[in-house]
Design a protein around this ligand. Sequence first.
Ligand code: DAK
Length: 260
Amino acid sequence: MELNNLLVVKEEAIATVTINRPKALNALNLDTLLEMRDCFKDLAADRSIRVVIITGSGEKAFVAGADISFMQGLDPSAGKAFGKLGHEVLRTIENFPQPVIAAINGFALGGGCELALSCDIRMASSNAKFGQPEVNLGIIPGFGGTQRLPRIVGKGIANELIFSGNIIDAEEACRIGLVNRVFAPENLMIECRALALKIATRGPGAVRLCKEAVNNGMEMDLNRACVYEADLFAQCFSSADQKEGMSAFLEKRAPSFQDK
Ligand code: DAK
């Protein structure tokens, strides 16, 4: 697959995907979304990858939104196709078998904020800015913002952001639970990588099942979700990694997980 809008680097079980359109503040156009879809499908098939980090190129933006110059000329059917593709990409990231960390290094607006919302963990640099400014353009968030934002920060705070189009800084994003932690810009990738490497040393099958348990369980009522968790928990006992993890603990050594 030829990539003109993404940089993909694989190193030590971590894939870093950088959206690389810095002149347009990494805005998402059709080609970028198509590349992201194919790239995440390829990464999902690569069993050596245990964590993906998504970030933006340059020092100013994670992703400043869907590409307004691209969207301006869309007719309703092209708009629908563009929206459908955006949803497909974000669902692919949300359902990616291993954890995906958003390293938010600047503006995360509109579709950029929605991209971050589809990731499992959000970390920000202190210069990051967040918002759903679509109402300024006469549209609503179209890549899941009206659905994921309230699930993450609560309905009242999401409503305020979505109805006003307000832009908030990284500290405020952290205060409302939109991001987990805030770092100096020069430390953001170092910290995201350190977390990714830590996750990569854990039992990969267990991490995969944890993601499934959290994501699918949150769509169920608590009783069903606990039954679902119990099923996944039982599945772990058919894995070699469960035997290895527990043996290693009892033998006071580090485990050597094989993803089996
Ligand atoms: N799209 C295209 N180009 C963009 C862009 C964007 N979202 N954001 C910035 N750029 C471009 C600027 O046009 C400028 O290009 P040149 O003029 O140099 O050619 C360059 O990036 C640098 O931007 P600025 O000169 O504006 O830089 P500033 O530092 O002054 O301002 C800013 C930075 C981020 C505050 C400003 O650029 C800005 O307000 N950008 C737009 C932010 C925004 O409104 N984002 C939300 C986009 S709407 C759909 C599903 C989803 C969506 C739509 C439809 N369907 C279901 C159909 C999603 C919609 C959105 O995301």
